[in-house]
Design a binder for this molecule. Structure first.
Ligand code: FNR
Length: 380
């Protein structure tokens, strides 16, 4: 259990000898560096969006129902703790605390990448602790470099209700020990989606999704996409800081913002913008469009309301909740999530939205760089 103000440990480079030790150190580095990125939340594209105020909400706080339907399940709350960690002793303890907070507040939670445990089964407890600490909706996590059998193993490792496949090419390219060949990713995602026995989400890791990406994913069997855009945790910057020299510092800021990614998804999913042949094929195969989930740079319940009103079915939060855990401990994270629940309910009341579905009918003003980019893409 995490007390307030725990510093993530850092293994010094001289101590790191084996591949396993390097992997543990990487997991600890990610948590430490991501945590430091969220010490002061910065401006991002959510600041380009605002709701239009109406003086007559016409509803009461008690009328608001926060539930959402995701991946064939009912979630009582439309936000969750998104993928982060596991794979070392320290990050196993982080997972236990995150899951405890999820369970206490009734929100869903995703595991960090389980590759480390697929390679080295002695690390399984650092992920299995998630299921030991929550009875709620739990999501497993792998990348598109594992086999379908390994993906199913990851699901079983934590008795997960769904599986995320992270697509993180931008991170891998900057990571010194990262993947260099992405040519099999689409085929691997297909194989995993056809094999695993739970719904599959394809997620970014803070670089967002273009219309081309979203259009492609709409032709696959995946149940949902998490656009996970830029604006919060920045893995290019994190991987740069882990290098001896800052090789790729000029790449910081790469990617699509979460807000623009949601606009991309809305444009792709709007039937008038889709090829009639695709719509027909979907109908023939009784295939639904992937649900849209948002994450990346979510700092407040207002950001959640904006993402939901822009068409997200649920909203994931990583960096902010990690930082809350690191500075305020497990109890502090539970208190923060409870505050967010109350405040989201208040904001929805002010907007006269009784439900997540009604939020999508509210009027938004989109300004600044986001408006300019949307105009260039023809989706404003
Ligand atoms: C992540 N993220 C992540 N995503 C994933 O699919 N698998 C993973 O193993 C990890 N690991 C990871 C570690 C840490 C410490 C952080 C903070 C994040 C990415 C995460 O799920 C999310 O997509 C991005 O962090 C953007 O959201 P925030 O942090 O801006 O809310």
């Amino acid at each position: 259990r995490f007390p307030a103000s725990t510093d993530a440990s850092r293994a010094s480079d001289e101590q790191i000898h084996t591949a396993a030790e390097r992997s543990h150190a990487r997991k600890d580095d990610h948590v430490r560096l991501a945590n430091s990125q969220h010490e002061a939340e910065s401006r991002n594209a959510f600041d380009d969006v605002r709701f239009v105020h109406n003086s007559f909400p016409d509803i009461a706080v008690n009328d608001v129902d926060l539930h959402t339907d995701v991946l064939g399940a009912r979630w009582e709350l439309p936000f969750y703790i998104n993928a982060m960690t596991g794979g070392s002793e320290h990050t196993g303890a982080v997972n236990a605390s995150l899951a405890e907070a999820a369970n206490a507040t009734g929100i869903s939670i995703a595991s960090g990448s389980q590759h480390a445990a697929l390679r080295d089964p002695t690390l399984t407890p650092t992920f299995a602790t998630l299921r030991e600490h929550t009875q709620g909706f739990l999501i497993a996590n792998v990348g598109p470099s594992v086999t379908a059998a390994q993906a199913q193993q990851a699901v079983e490792m934590i008795d997960a209700n769904a599986l995320q496949i992270h697509v993180n090419a931008a991170q891998e390219i900057v990571m010194p020990e990262g993947d260099r060949d992405f040519s099999e990713w689409k085929a691997t995602i297909d194989a995993i989606a056809q094999t695993v026995q739970v719904p599959v989400i394809v997620k970014e890791v803070g670089f967002g999704m273009s219309q081309a990406t979203i259009r492609y994913l709409g032709t696959t069997q995946v149940a949902a996409i998490d656009v996970s855009g830029k604006g919060g945790t920045d893995f290019i910057s994190i991987e740069n800081q882990r290098r001896q020299r800052l090789e790729f510092s000029y790449m910081t800021g790469w990617g699509e913002s979460t807000v623009l990614s949601l606009m991309n998804a809305a444009a792709v999913n709007h039937d008038s913008c889709r090829k009639p042949s695709i719509i027909q094929e979907e109908a023939q195969q009784h295939r639904a469009k992937p649900q849209v989930i948002a994450s990346g740079g979510v700092r407040t319940p207002l950001d959640i309301a904006v993402a939901l009103s822009m068409g997200a079915q649920a909203v994931g939060v990583s960096g902010h909740f990690l930082h809350t855990l690191m500075t305020s401990g497990t109890d502090g994270l539970i208190a923060e999530i409870e505050r967010w629940k109350q405040q989201l309910r208040s904001i929805m009341t002010l907007l006269g939205a009784r439900s997540v579905a009604e939020l999508s009918k509210t009027d938004l003003l989109i300004t600044g760089k986001t408006a300019q980019e949307a105009e260039l893409l023809g989706i404003s």
